[in-house]
Design a protein around this ligand. Structure first.
Ligand code: CP
Length: 312
């Protein structure tokens, strides 16, 4: 594997999860694998978990880490070919990606969807620009369309907690005051298609995800019915995909409650808005896996880095 850009880059999920569990059991066992290698983390958007867990993963493998908040500290990048750069953008991706490639051995990028222009977001110009013009491996730390490190951590968490051959796993939309991207939901749906599970998505009408991603997945518009007898309920807000980037309504009835959760385990990628997305008594209960999901971000990143370092 050269790059880790999407859930589709996972060739054998079961084997990846088993390997991640081994890394978790002894996180510094491979502390010489990344010796004298450097990773550069470029953030075009904010982060807590992704930033710290990817740093921690690299440190566990003995790597050097450089972090840059590119969105606020870097030059504004131009991505178009043949542009006359006489406006606000100072540097072209062609030079920026090549320059970054000289300073490090792996580059990881976070660049969210704008939610203003579907076509542009789906072109993933930042992630794909670096992948095209850098000469080093690229890792996706959440792009417009995918968050594959989060989805891998989620798969590890489910594997650790699951005691059924085919668990019922529900992805439920939840209300949120702001328009949020689709990346986490997209990658979770893709991950569930690699998993032996009875998988159901529930959301209000109008919040259908990209039908190319949800094809063959069952969608239930009645949230309570969808959640019945679930083993895991993954809650996440996303804005409308068809009416791109819009918040259609803030139906508070879709907040996850103890009653709807039943005996299921609660999952969320974090950060989460308490008593908007999910009730306090769910998050504070021992049914919540959110802290363990965040912990597993380290081992998801460590596994991806291991696989890339082994090929360098
Ligand atoms: N879940 C996640 O990616 O968290 P951060 O946005 O804090 O990195």
């Amino acid at each position: 594997m050269k790059h880790y850009l999407a859930v589709n880059d996972i060739d054998d999920l079961n084997q990846w999860v088993e390997e991640a569990k081994l890394l978790k059991a002894n996180s510094v066992a491979l502390k010489n694998l990344g010796k004298d290698k450097t990773i550069c983390l470029l953030f075009f958007n904010n982060s807590l978990r992704t930033r710290l867990s990817t740093q921690k993963a690299a440190i566990n493998l003995g790597m050097n880490v450089m972090v840059m908040n590119f969105g606020s500290e870097g030059w504004q990048l131009e991505f178009g070919d043949g542009e006359i750069m006489n406006q606000g953008k100072s540097e072209h991706i062609k030079e920026a990606a090549k320059v970054v490639s000289q300073f490090c051995d792996i580059v990881a990028i976070r660049a969210f969807a704008s939610l203003a222009d579907k076509e542009k977001d789906e072109a993933e110009i930042v992630l794909k620009g670096f992948t095209k013009h850098a000469s080093i491996p690229v890792i996706n730390m959440e792009s417009s369309v995918e968050h594959p490190l989060q989805a891998l951590a989620d798969a590890i968490t489910i594997a650790e907690q699951n005691n059924k051959t085919k668990p019922k796993i529900v992805l439920s939309w939840a209300p949120h005051p702001k328009a949020l991207p689709h990346a986490v939901a997209n990658s979770f749906v893709k991950m569930m298609q690699l998993q032996d599970a009875h998988f159901v998505i529930t959301h209000p009408k109008g919040y259908e995800l990209n039908p190319q991603i949800t094809k063959n997945v069952s969608i239930e518009y009645n949230q309570e019915k969808a959640c019945e007898n679930a083993d895991f309920i993954y809650v996440k807000n996303w804005s409308s995909y068809t009416d791109y980037g819009k918040v259609l309504h803030k139906d508070t009835k879709w907040m996850m409650t103890k009653k709807k959760l039943g005996k299921a385990k609660f999952m969320h990628c974090l950060p989460v808005r308490r008593n908007v997305v999910v009730a306090d008594d769910v998050l504070d209960s021992n049914q919540s896996l959110v802290i363990e999901q965040a912990n597993n971000r380290t081992f998801a990143a460590q596994l991806v880095l291991k696989k890339i370092l082994e090929k360098l």
